[in-house]
Design a protein around this ligand. Structure first.
Ligand code: BMA
Length: 324
């Protein structure tokens, strides 16, 4: 399945125009997977860190469900020890200090209450809960977020993860989440699993990886990422978890053949559930093409690959119907 972050909310040169989608305007149909982010929900803000109103996010998730697509949700939350600090404004040992500080822990629980209220407000036309993928504490093999590798031990990371999932499930009765574990770059199976919180706490395994051609020549990127995909496939098969590339992209898409020459060899025949590219925030930064963009023609060729699912094929697969 092909996915795109914030696809229905805005694109290059537009915002909140019902029916629009940069992906759809290039290939004639919506993506199959849609990513959303809850960052700043914890601060009681009406809009997320990228200015998307949560009320709109809820409506988009309902639209995606109605059209048979998949929703995935990340959370760039601020720091529960010091809520003025963002995900990126790192404070060492946040997790260890959080569990030693009852006031901060209570604050974090109140943040989870808001997330739980949002998740359980995601309902279809008959009042049924909409299943969504929740992907907390992502990219933790890097150290740019306060939950990153250099800011907590593996045990602390796992404790934070289990606390979060247990709280949502047991205290808040949230049962419409598929939990996604998604690292950033990793070097081996052992490295990937270093902070894995356990099979009962994970439904989907994945990783985020961006292509930065100055640091990473396309051939190297393909070889390295394909290797990571193969490791992920083995882990997914062994653990009976679905696997996905939970975020990727080439910022600004200046390599006009990136879709067929770089992304396709990474994902082809790899058994991945989905690959999602990040948001189109404007002309200066975007990860999906829009009409007239340099890679748009190549994206159409990529789109025609029979192994890829966009909106129509995923609708035909009836993901939310009774099991066959
Ligand atoms: C990052 C960038 C930021 C954004 C954040 C959350 O990768 O796109 O601009 O705020 O994701 O969506």
């Amino acid at each position: 399945m092909f996915g795109h972050q914030d696809d229905l909310a805005y694109g290059v040169g537009w915002q909140y125009e019902p029916g629009r989608s940069d992906v759809k305007e290039v290939v004639g149909e919506y993506p199959a997977v849609f990513g959303w982010d809850l960052g700043h929900m914890e601060l009681n803000k009406p809009v997320n860190l990228d200015s998307v109103p949560f009320a709109k996010t809820r409506a988009f998730i309902q639209q995606v469900y109605a059209q048979g697509g998949v929703n995935t949700i990340s959370w760039h939350l601020n720091n529960p020890l010091d809520p003025a600090k963002t995900s990126w404004d790192k404070q060492d040992s946040t997790i260890r200090r959080l569990f030693a500080n009852l006031e901060a822990l209570k604050r974090y629980q109140s943040w989870l209450d808001k997330v739980a209220a949002f998740m359980t407000s995601l309902k279809g036309p008959k009042g049924e809960l909409i299943p969504v993928i929740f992907r907390p504490f992502h990219e933790h093999t890097g150290s740019w977020f306060w939950w990153g590798r250099e800011h907590c031990s593996p045990e602390e990371y796992k404790q934070m993860w289990r606390f979060t999932v247990d709280y949502l499930r047991k205290q808040k009765n949230v049962h419409n989440l598929l939990i996604g574990y998604s690292t950033d770059r990793f070097s081996s199976r052992q490295d990937y699993l270093e902070r894995y919180p356990g099979d009962d706490y994970v439904d989907l395994v994945g990783f985020d990886i961006y292509h930065r051609p100055q640091a990473d020549k396309p051939d190297n990127f393909v070889a390295e990422t394909r290797q990571m995909v193969e490791t992920l496939r083995q882990i997914g098969q062994e653990k009976k978890k679905v696997w996905a590339i939970t975020e990727t992209g080439l910022g600004q898409l200046l390599l006009a053949n990136w879709w067929t020459e770089t992304l396709l060899p990474v994902i082809k025949d790899a058994g991945l559930s989905y690959v999602l590219v990040w948001r189109n925030e404007g002309k200066r930064q975007f990860f999906a093409p829009y009409p007239g963009q340099a890679s748009a023609e190549n994206f159409k060729t990529f789109y025609n690959n029979p192994g890829l699912l966009f909106g129509r094929k995923v609708a035909a697969a009836k993901l939310y119907g009774p099991l066959p």
